[in-house]
Design a protein around this ligand. Structure first.
Ligand SMILES: Cc1ncc(COP(=O)(O)O)c(C=O)c1O
Length: 424
């Protein structure tokens, strides 16, 4: 399909056998796939997609289809051995004792809260600058969402804002490791400990990330992972997983994920049906073997943007993303800030030049219509609002080529040159 472009295999991703080795975490050692088709003008240049899932998946085609065929032949479409194996592998990868598969990252969040018996009368503190699922899980259970503002550099929830939001009704803190970078977990865990709160990590965008040598999903009581196709470990459909070091809690999660049923047809609690399909698990096991390689490619791309944007003299016009020293940023997104109200014009300019970009997220959750009754208004969370006005996400997927990155930067550069020429 993309014969003219290098495949993942050529950026150092070998194609190991399905049976081979368990991956080792290297620590201690759009929903639209592409928005380039929206572009208006034909610049006679090949387009640069925001994301090209097929390009990254293509070299694994045979292995993936073989994995699907195995499950197909086994007939064990649910609760097959690949699910158990993937749970074991993800637990090891995330440096936790247990992992429990479920149907999506959204369900992982819901199950974590359900298993903690969080509901009416309880408050949960979370960021407003995140994907909707972080908040909807809390809402759905009748608990009160308490939004805390973000740190303007990392875009992650600000521990000082969490501390200020704690009340006697607070039951849990729900930090999000946004764009592939861990929130300040030492500070968050210290607040949780001080006030006796549970911690649920939304690690949907951050599998493989770490903060000060400790993996995302291993800091709190539980970590929630998404296998949505655009995530760093993306499936071929929906899927999710929970990580925890608490064996009893893992059992509770399994109970809630299977209608609260134990034994069969005897229901201990009112749970939901949330399963990771065996076919998804089998394909994710193939992809997990390549995750570290893809993460390295993302890190390389991020470093290259830093260099190219500096060389182009754009670091005054754009605020580049920063990664916390000593942390492992896995770059699910590469987000620049475009100040002075120029973001939307820049995005249009990129689209006209066939360069994909996206705004994650244009409206912070405290200003969403569905959460109006919570009583927030414009100005309630200034940093979340400023981020929503200024952020722009550029292509960073593993198979992105150097030439494509150069084109992205050249197009950015033209925008500012053009602007200053017309202002003169
Ligand atoms: C921060 C965050 N939380 C939760 C989710 C929900 O994951 P899923 O799409 O697998 O339900 C996502 C994924 O879009 C996400 O980005």
């Amino acid at each position: 399909m993309h014969k003219d472009r290098p495949l993942a295999a050529t950026i150092g991703c070998a194609s190991p056998n399905r049976e081979v080795s368990q991956p080792v975490h290297p620590l201690i050692s759009a929903k639209t796939m592409s928005n380039s088709s929206e572009s208006a003008a034909n610049t006679n240049q090949p387009s640069v997609p925001l994301l090209d899932v097929s390009r990254d998946n293509q070299p694994l085609r045979e292995e993936m289809l073989a994995a699907v065929a195995d499950v197909y032949d086994s007939g064990r479409f649910l609760h097959g051995p690949d699910v158990t194996e993937l749970e074991r592998e993800i637990a090891a990868y995330s440096h936790t004792e247990h992992a429990v598969g479920c149907a999506s990252g959204s369900d992982a969040l819901l199950l974590a809260l359900m298993a903690m018996e969080i509901g009416a009368g309880d408050e949960v503190i979370l960021p407003s600058f995140t994907f909707f699922a972080t908040a909807s899980a809390v809402w759905r259970l009748g608990a009160k969402i308490v939004f805390a503002d973000i740190d303007p550099v990392s875009y992650n929830i600000d521990p000082a804002a969490i501390e200020a939001a704690v009340t006697p009704r607070t039951k849990a803190i729900l930090p999000v490791h946004l764009f592939g970078q861990c929130a300040d977990m030492p500070a968050i865990c210290a607040i949780a400990q001080k006030h006796g709160l549970r911690v649920i990590e939304d690690a949907a965008q951050a599998i493989g990330a770490a903060y000060e040598g400790r993996a995302a999903g291993s800091w709190g009581d539980v970590g929630c992972i998404s296998f949505y196709p655009t995530k760093n470990l993306g499936g071929c459909g929906d899927g999710g997983m929970l990580t925890t070091n608490d064996g009893e809690f893992a059992q509770q999660l399994r109970l809630y994920a299977s209608h609260g049923m134990q034994p069969r047809y005897y229901h201990q609690v009112v749970g939901i049906n949330s399963r990771l399909d065996t076919i998804q698990a089998a394909m994710l096991r193939v992809k997990l073997q390549h995750l570290d390689c893809w993460t390295e490619a993302r890190q390389k791309n991020a470093a290259r943007y830093g260099q190219l944007l500096l060389e182009a003299g754009l670091t005054d016009q754009l605020q580049l993303p920063a990664s916390h020293p000593g942390s492992r940023h896995v770059w699910n997104q590469y987000s620049v800030r475009v100040p002075d109200g120029q973001r939307d014009a820049l995005r249009t300019w990129l689209a006209e030049g066939q360069v994909g970009s996206e705004i994650y997220y244009p409206v912070p959750l405290h200003l969403q219509v569905c959460f109006e009754s919570l009583g927030y208004s414009k100005g309630s969370l200034p940093e979340s609002e400023r981020a929503a006005e200024e952020i722009l996400n550029l292509p960073i997927f593993p198979g992105l080529t150097e030439a494509e990155q150069q084109r992205v930067v050249a197009r950015l550069s033209e925008f500012f040159t053009h602007r200053s020429a017309s202002a003169a």
